[in-house]
Design a protein around this ligand. Structure first.
Ligand SMILES: Cc1cc2nc3c(=O)[nH]c(=O)nc-3n(C[C@H](O)[C@H](O)[C@H](O)COP(=O)(O)OP(=O)(O)OC[C@H]3O[C@@H](n4cnc5c(N)ncnc54)[C@H](O)[C@@H]3O)c2cc1C
Length: 409
């Protein structure tokens, strides 16, 4: 066939945040990789995606590429106030003097995914890692000796390991015969990004409004990020999301929720039904192919676990592969990959459960939950803890992560 396409022992499908993090995490461990990306280099990655980056993610990025985590901190925004309303009335509001905590890396930061990816790109270039653009993975053949990938342009790529970080529609997942299992949110959600206007800025706070009068009783979540705001409106079950996102109606929503100053600053509107699924296996039968990020799991965004947990997958996949490529016995190499799968499948279950609980809480009609919400709202004037419960409940997770070895989930 064609001449050798790469000497790198590890192939990565996808130059999204998870693929790029995998490459950086391998490089930090002394293992070279090459990235195969379907899109052209001048692609447009704008759109409403991850804005909330957890402190653990920032620490991972800083550890594998010094300066990357702190660059994102410099670019991001740490909002100081949590605010919750119930049918037009404030039930909880708390402002923190030091919302990010002390130290170089805050508890979280908020910035558009497209900016996060730009910094990852720069880091990948600095590390001398190749991204092959317009190299769409078509077929994957693995054996106990390694992996052969064919891209749709007919080129063949050989490696010892392959990480499938090619997103929700992963061809790598299809090729290893793994399947998504799970379900989908009942209601649709409208997600819009709105740029900061020059005047009349809103206070920097994350607002959750239950049954907001401004949206005729739909729940509203408003989150600031550097340069703008994410507006999330939860549709009723019988809503037609397409009709609600027509230009005129969307402008009315933005005016009523955010004020006139924001109406001409809508940059992106989309509607979603969120999938809650994970692959039935994160590795192939020969333990040479590892799935990471959205190739392995898709989560509703409550709790912001999608990219954050994908970056944890990436770091752990790199850790497993770094040991496996130097292993002196096949059994040790297989064990490392199997341990990766065991850990990250557990983490995905935990994350799915957390996001699922948030979805159930938001859209379910379980009478006990409905009553608890109403009781908490009526007690919020007298007991701060009732308002705080309403403030915290829509986001997960509320339990302890299962991954004792790393604390990443
Ligand atoms: C509205 C919304 C809000 C969100 N908010 C958050 C948040 O606040 N925090 C958070 O952590 N997450 C959030 N997420 C989730 C986050 O955006 C995703 O989890 C993240 O983009 C997944 O990264 P990935 O690298 O796994 O996949 P992707 O970003 O999908 O990247 C996959 C890459 O693989 C490439 N590719 C696809 N097929 C092939 C192929 N056959 N061959 C080669 N390359 C291929 C694609 O072109 C792409 O570059 C949000 C998502 C949405 C929709």
């Amino acid at each position: 066939m064609s001449e050798p396409t790469t000497d790198a022992p590890v192939l990565i499908a996808g130059a999204g945040p998870v693929g790029m993090t995998t490459a950086l995490a391998l490089h930090a461990r002394g293992v070279e990789s090459t990235i195969l990306e379907r899109d052209p280099e001048d692609r447009d990655r704008s759109g409403s995606r991850a804005i909330y980056v957890h402190g653990s993610t920032l620490r991972t990025l800083e550890r594998i590429h010094p300066g990357l985590g702190t660059d994102l901190v410099d670019e991001g925004l740490v909002w100081p106030t949590r605010h919750t309303r119930w049918r037009g009335k404030q039930v909880f509001r708390r402002t923190y003097d030091s919302p990010g905590g002390s130290g170089d890396i805050p508890h979280f930061t908020s910035l558009p995914q497209v900016v996060t990816e730009e910094y990852m790109h720069e880091a990948v270039a600095e590390a001398g890692i190749d991204i092959h653009w317009e190299a769409e993975v078509d077929t994957v053949d693995s054996s106990s000796d390694g992996v052969t990938v064919e891209t749709t342009d007919g080129r063949e790529w050989n490696g010892e390991y392959l990480v499938g970080a090619d997103g929700g529609g992963s061809q790598v997942r299809n090729e290893i015969g793994a399947n998504f299992e799970g379900d989908q949110s009942e209601n649709s959600f409208i997600i819009a990004d709105i740029e900061d206007p020059d005047e009349d800025p809103l206070p920097l706070e994350r607002l959750f409004h239950y049954d907001a009068p401004e949206t005729d009783g739909r729940n509203v979540l408003l989150v600031p990020f550097e340069g703008g705001w994410r507006l999330d409106i939860q549709c009723f079950e019988d809503d037609d999301p397409e009709a609600l996102t027509e230009d005129g109606r969307m402008r009315e929503f933005v005016r009523d929720v955010m004020g006139e100053a924001y109406v001409d600053h809508i940059t992106w509107v989309s509607t979603y039904k969120f999938l809650q699924v994970m692959a039935d296996s994160f590795v192939d039968e020969h333990r040479r192919v590892l799935l990471a990020g959205e190739a392995a799991h898709l989560l509703a965004p409550f709790g912001a676990r999608g990219m954050n947990s994908g970056i944890a997958d990436a770091d752990e996949a790199a850790s497993a592969i770094a040991v496996a490529v130097d292993a002196r016995t096949d059994a040790v190499a297989r064990d490392e990959v199997e341990l990766y799968a065991a850990r990250r499948e557990k983490a995905a279950e935990f994350n799915l459960n957390a996001a699922g609980q948030a979805l159930e809480y938001l859209q379910g009609d379980d009478p006990v939950t409905v009553l608890r919400k109403e009781a908490a709202a009526s007690l919020a004037d007298h007991f701060e803890s009732a308002g705080e419960w309403l403030d915290d409940a829509p986001y997960g997770p509320h339990g302890t992560p299962p991954i004792v070895s790393t604390g990443n989930y």
